[in-house]
Write a protein that binds this ligand. Structure first.
Ligand code: HSE
Length: 420
């Protein structure tokens, strides 16, 4: 259904009444100018107490999907498989769809683009990346592929919240994670946040809108904050760095794109100012230089604000055109570049120093060894030694060293003695 008329009422079928769904319900009740009304809400557990009239709820998805008076489906559930069935059925039924489901979108983006085209319906998902920050629409509309040099972002609110609480407020990891869950920032399976999976799903979506790249998130190099150690924080502090989990994509000299999610030491960067559940994205374009987007990246109201903005966009029949994918030559991902990283570990046998092309610095104490050096990206792509056995990897502030000229490590004996 196309909703071209500003007067057309948005009759909404809502799936999910969690933190975001309830936030949206409350906000819509106070936004009469939008001319939008939630007609029915489909929930999983009928007997759970809800802050809305009981007549609004059903457990039967078809009540919403086959109701011809419903012209918009909003999908806000966290089960990506069920969300896939709902979204594809809604698009096939020619209903406009708004979703916040990063996992669903990242894993099925190619098919979902095809369905939008086939059924000629809009599918909007600004809330899926960085919640309240309008990053998808900006990448889609504003930045031309040739000008967009890089995107570096803190795109997961829960891990940023945990890093802030642990490294700046001396909370334990478990306390901080529990708080993130209680505040409604974390996924229902919080390992998706902690292990960097939520962030890589968001990066996958951003790559499509920024560079026209369709990439399976599981094939993008990523890790989270699961192996960061207290000694990594001390190491960072000594150097005046902070540690952030950063999703990034950089256009290389050869025109291809380097993309990954890794913890990174940051200094003198706008990302240093991003604390707690806030997200921040630095976009670099060749003419404008750096621009910084900042806002709440998780939580009921911030996420609902993005859903609301999508609803409003449906009024003028806004839809993503996927310009970089469909009207320009899409970029390709590269695996051929070097990174400057610090590897932090306990047992020397877990880290082969031959993997490094160059070692700048190493240090060790009774808890942890740190090696800072240059790795070819393929060392991370081809196996996962760098996230096994408690090994952690932290990108240096300079990150990618584009145009690096290789010079293999040779000081083997001295190195082994120093870290042993
Ligand atoms: N769990 C997600 C986060 C929610 O912490 O960023 C918002 O996508």
């Amino acid at each position: 259904m196309s909703i071209q008329n500003q007067q057309t009422k948005l009759n909404i079928g809502l799936f999910g009444f969690g933190v975001v769904g309830e936030g949206l319900y409350k906000v819509l009740a106070h936004t009469p100018t939008l001319n939008a009304q939630i007609r029915k809400v489909c929930i999983k557990h009928a007997d759970k107490k809800r802050n809305a009239p009981a007549t609004l709820f059903t457990t039967d998805a078809n009540e919403l999907l086959s109701d011809e008076s419903i012209n918009v489906i909003i999908e806000l559930i966290d089960d990506a498989d069920a969300a896939y069935r709902i979204v594809t059925a809604a698009l096939a039924g020619k209903k406009a769809v708004v979703s916040a489901n990063k996992k669903l979108i990242a894993n099925h983006i190619e098919e979902l683009i095809a369905l939008q085209q086939l059924h000629d319906v809009p599918f909007l998902y600004e809330a899926a990346c960085c919640a309240s920050i309008p990053v998808i629409r900006n990448l889609e509309e504003y930045y031309d592929n040739d000008l967009l040099q890089s995107i570096s972002g803190i795109v997961n609110g829960s891990t940023n919240y945990i890093l802030t609480k642990v490294f700046e407020e001396q909370k334990t990891f478990d306390q901080a994670l529990l708080q993130a869950q209680q505040e409604g920032f974390a996924e229902s399976d919080p390992s998706l946040d902690v292990n960097g999976i939520d962030a890589v799903n968001k990066l996958g979506i951003l790559l499509t809108h920024a560079y026209g790249i369709i990439a399976n998130p599981s094939e993008i190099v990523h890790t989270g904050i699961q192996n960061l150690h207290a000694d990594d924080a001390s190491f960072a502090k000594e150097k005046g760095y902070e540690i952030k989990l950063v999703a990034q994509a950089h256009k290389l000299q050869d025109g291809k794109v380097a993309a990954f999610v890794l913890p990174q030491f940051v200094k003198n960067s706008q990302l240093c100012t991003v604390k707690n559940e806030y997200n921040g994205v630095v976009i670099e374009s060749s003419l404008a230089d750096k621009q910084f987007f900042y806002g709440k990246g998780a939580g009921g109201y911030p996420t609902a604000s993005a859903v609301l903005s999508d609803l409003s966009a449906l009024r003028y029949n806004y839809r993503y055109e996927y310009k970089k994918l469909l009207y320009q030559t899409p970029s390709e991902l590269s695996n051929d570049f070097y990174l400057k990283v610090t590897i932090s570990f306990k047992g020397l046998f877990h880290v082969q120093h031959e993997r490094f092309d160059k070692i700048y610095e190493w240090s060790s104490n009774e808890n942890r060894c740190h090696i800072t050096g240059v790795l070819h990206f393929s060392e991370l792509l081809n196996d996962d030694w760098w996230k096994q056995h408690g090994v952690s990897i932290i990108l240096s502030p300079e990150g990618i060293i584009d145009g690096y000229v290789p010079e293999k490590v040779s000081e083997e004996v001295e190195f082994v003695e120093a870290v042993a």
